[in-house]
Design a binder for this molecule. Structure first.
Ligand code: 5GP
Length: 189
């Protein structure tokens, strides 16, 4: 997606350890217009599929997910990183955090992910595929169908796509980073 790629090249910043900072327009300050274009493109790619719900993980996945849910008129559910005291019946799993280098639990009320759901998982980044692995597990527990995954940015050198595709799930991303070596952003064109 050219607009997105141009923006990453112009405003993205590299950090040690293969981290790309895009908090000027994606995950801190956000550009709603770009987010809408991201949602439209992901919707186009999944146009031939049957989806009844968008699923994400808090917090950075919520913006693209809600934009897709709005455009498709579908509910959006985000997996929570802290179990609310009011949540009685829930599905939970463990995820390794790439940016924080630790494990955390994510949960979803079993009321909002069920065997009747056909879901699309959306997130800002695909790195090692750990968040996706967690969602795959939650869908398995719920008996829901995971129709596919969609990411704004994929860091190809961290191989998350392999994890997703080996689980038999479709993977789409809108900007593919080949490398961040020497703090230079190399994007597949
Ligand atoms: P994964 O679960 O695929 O290993 O990592 C994806 C998650 O880690 C995303 O939810 C994203 O928020 C975070 N993440 C991974 N890599 C980066 C990065 O380079 N920059 C930022 N800002 N977040 C990242």
């Amino acid at each position: 997606m050219k607009t997105l790629i141009d923006r990453i090249l112009k405003e993205g910043k590299c950090f040690e350890g293969g981290i790309l900072k895009v908090d000027k327009f994606i995950n801190h300050q956000m550009d709603p217009n770009l987010m809408k274009q991201v949602a439209v493109e992901l919707i186009r790619r999944y146009a031939s599929t049957d989806i009844n719900k968008i699923i994400t993980v808090e917090a950075s996945g919520i913006a693209p997910a809600i934009m897709m849910g709005f455009l498709l008129d579908l509910p959006v559910v985000f997996a929570k990183k802290k179990k609310p005291s009011t949540m009685v019946d829930m599905l939970s799993t463990t995820v390794v955090s790439f940016t924080k280098q630790r494990e955390y639990h994510v949960c979803i009320s079993s009321e909002y992910l069920t065997k009747d759901d056909k879901v699309l998982f959306v997130d800002d980044f695909l790195a090692y595929g750990n968040a996706a692995k967690g969602i795959i597990d939650l869908c398995r527990q719920a008996g829901a169908e995971l129709v596919g995954t969609g990411f704004i940015i994929e860091k190809a050198f961290q191989n998350g796509r392999k994890v997703i595709e080996e689980a038999g799930v479709r993977c789409e991303s809108l900007a593919i980073i080949e490398s961040l070596d020497n703090c230079e952003i190399r994007i597949r064109q």
